[in-house]
Design a protein around this ligand. Structure first.
Ligand code: 4AD
Ligand code: MG
Length: 477
């Protein structure tokens, strides 16, 4: 007999039939009640064991974490909190989990402790919920783009270019470290990396995606990206997943419309599909909030926050307007910003971004038309000669979730800009070809997938929303 997923058993449609479930023990109460979970849902199925039917030797093997197969009759449950349960007739233990050694016991573990056990933490309710939400969000990403005429484009992972021009790349090499090639001066000849070329792990698939948008019209990437920045914050990873749509003939306004519509869609989809997990995460967050001082509490539950984003327009504000607000505001009763904005042109720090979103506008904000100096080389210059057609989307509790722009499609302007920023034309000859042959206005953006998962789950540390986080301090697994 084939086993049935617990999520399907809990619907009760097999009531009074013989069923089989396979999963891992969450708890074994009074030597009689097994709470079994198979990952298909946050909910366990209760399996009731009649002591007299099974040898004590077998029951002794049932502990939290053990893998089981149970066969029995699905009946209505008398117990609180569940509608059905299995009256067990047959029981098989696949693998035990010695309680002296197994780290995941039925008690509250700290997130730090669980990070140290990244290979086992998904066996807890909280990480099961997060990873199911993550999976659903991924599916929604593809669903949105596929249903809106976009083609999925696989950007290369190993590239020769630095898409952001920020120099934050991990080099890729096939050099024999015991026998490094040397220049005539005796220095290591890195030019011979990767079969004679200098290469790195991609920091963004954008430049390659632009070449495809110039033929397929609308494309999107969704893949891993790498940044060798030494940022030990709760918002940065060295390896993260990025979604990057790129659309021919879109201007910056179209780009903002796309980003807003896309984010609303994936959150709405997840609200519909992950109800049980989101209700659990919501409750967790409310318990956390209770321990915070009143002033730091957000005032909205997770579900309210998600619904708010889906139902309300994002506020669109130019960089210049935002700077005016920040220069004239009182961030706190008696506290100033750590970095004071005293002139036009400075990059905003996360404290400023969060002030705008959380205190001033109290909704997601799209900032646009940033100073050219603080943005990447490929962004389209505005008529004022000072600002570029850039946009960042800022989210409550997260800060920047999206970075994007209308691209500089004018060959001469782009070449000038690259020169000014010290980017070699030879390095990006293929990119410049898109501007030489059939160039056209186009726009796109990058959304950091983990930042979206952070928002959707109400978690606060990015290390908790990716299975095996890579940060400057942790790449153990
Ligand atoms: O703003 P960024 O650097 O933009 C780009 O890479 C563009 N090429 C995107 C494009 O226009 N196609 O990164 C985009 C987003 C950020 O807004 C942030 O959400 C996320 O990627 N991000 C990170 N997420 C986690 N860890 C990091 N170290 C991140 N760096 C960027
Ligand atoms: Mg950015």
């Amino acid at each position: 007999m084939k086993h049935t997923k617990i999520v399907d058993l809990l619907t009760g449609k097999n009531l009074l039939h013989e069923v089989k479930a396979k999963g891992w023990v969450r708890t074994f109460r009074n030597n009689q009640f097994i709470a079994l979970n198979d990952g298909s849902t946050i909910n366990n199925i209760q399996c009731v064991v009649d002591l007299d039917k099974f040898p004590a030797e077998l029951l002794k093997k049932i502990h939290t974490g053990a893998a089981l197969s149970v066969t029995g009759t699905l009946v209505e449950s008398q117990g609180a909190g569940q509608t059905v349960e299995i009256q067990v007739n047959k029981l098989k233990v696949y693998g035990e989990a010695n309680p002296e050694e197994y780290p995941i016991q039925p008690k509250k573990h700290s997130l730090e402790f669980l990070r140290e056990n990244a290979h086992l933490r998904v066996r807890t309710n909280i990480f099961g919920a997060i990873m199911r939400v993550r999976s659903t969000l991924s599916y929604a990403v593809h669903k949105y783009f596929q249903e809106n005429g976009f083609f999925y484009f696989n950007a290369p992972i190993i590239t020769g270019s630095d898409a952001e021009g920020a120099g934050e790349m991990f080099r890729v090499t096939n050099l024999d470290l015991n026998n490094l090639p040397r220049t005539e001066e005796g220095n290591i000849n890195f030019k011979e990396d990767f079969f004679g070329k200098t290469t790195n792990l991609t920091v963004s698939g954008q430049l390659e995606a632009e070449t495809y948008a110039m033929a397929l019209g609308s494309v999107y990437t969704f893949g891993p990206t790498f940044r060798a920045e030494n940022s030990n914050t709760s918002r940065h990873l060295a390896e993260f997943w990025m979604i990057e749509p790129e659309v021919a003939f879109n201007d910056l306004d179209d780009n903002m419309d796309l980003a807003e519509d896309f984010i609303k869609y994936v959150i709405k989809y997840t609200l519909e599909k992950c109800q049980d997990d989101l209700v659990f995460l919501d409750k967790r967050l409310q318990d956390e909030e209770k321990n915070k001082p009143q002033a730091e509490r957000s005032g909205m539950s997770l579900l309210e926050k998600l619904n708010f984003v889906v139902e309300n327009n994002f506020k669109r504000v130019s960089y210049t307007e935002a700077v005016d607000i920040l220069r004239n505001c009182k961030p706190n009763k008696n506290k100033k910003f750590k970095y004071i904005i005293d002139g036009w042109g400075a990059d905003l720090q996360s404290e400023h971004e969060r002030y705008l979103v959380e205190k001033h506008f109290k909704c997601p904000v799209i900032l646009f038309d940033y100073p050219a100096e603080i943005k990447a080389f490929y962004m389209r210059m505005n008529e004022d000669g000072k600002t570029v057609r850039a946009m960042d989307i800022l989210f409550p509790g997260i800060g920047e979730i999206v970075g994007g722009s209308e691209r500089e499609e004018r060959y001469d302007v782009l070449v000038e800009k690259m020169k000014a920023m010290g980017i070699e034309e030879e390095e990006l000859w293929w990119y410049l070809d898109t501007r030489k042959f059939g160039t056209a206005p186009h726009s796109g953006f990058g959304l950091g997938f983990e930042r979206l998962v952070l928002f959707a789950t109400g978690m606060t540390n990015i290390r908790d929303v990716i299975p095996f986080p890579r940060t400057p301090q942790s790449a153990e697994f």
